[in-house]
Design a protein. Structure first.
Length: 143
């Protein structure tokens, strides 16, 4: 598991450089979502629960980028959510990013065990946000 590897490597780094006071703790998850093209179009809103709503009559978007921030109250942290069109991963699909960064810059723990526990809670919140920002159709297709 990736988190177990991080915990092991964190211990090695700490032994090498000594204990340091952090100014930011975060977990970040950048996903590439591949959406099938149907008649040359990708219906992002069928996959992403947060999307750009355009008025009727506005032509199809060829490119988009959005970013917003929100508090993650249960862990006294913040999250930055970003999404944008990406270079397609394969023929017949359109690709977009869903980038979730959960972080805290104040009241950070000192000890390694407390830091790892907080990062684990960040990861749980990041996973919850991921499930909230994808539609049921996307969650089913990307199991």
């Amino acid at each position: 598991m990736l988190f177990d590897r991080f915990a092991r490597d964190f211990e090695i780094v700490e032994a090498f450089i000594g204990k340091r006071r952090f100014t930011r703790l975060a977990t970040r998850f950048i996903n590439r979502i591949d959406v099938p093209l149907i008649d040359g179009r990708a219906e992002y809103e069928e996959y992403l629960a947060v999307h750009i709503g355009l008025p009727k009559g506005v032509p199809v978007i060829g490119d988009f980028y959005f970013r917003f921030a929100l508090p993650v109250v249960e862990i006294q942290a913040d999250a930055t959510i970003q999404s944008a069109v990406m270079q397609p991963a394969a023929e017949g699909v359109a690709s977009f990013a869903l980038d979730i960064d959960v972080f805290r810059t104040m009241d950070l723990p000192d000890g390694r065990a407390d830091i790892l526990e907080l990062l684990s809670r960040f990861r749980d919140s990041k996973n919850r946000l991921y499930r909230q920002f994808l539609t049921p159709k996307a969650l089913e297709e990307f199991k």
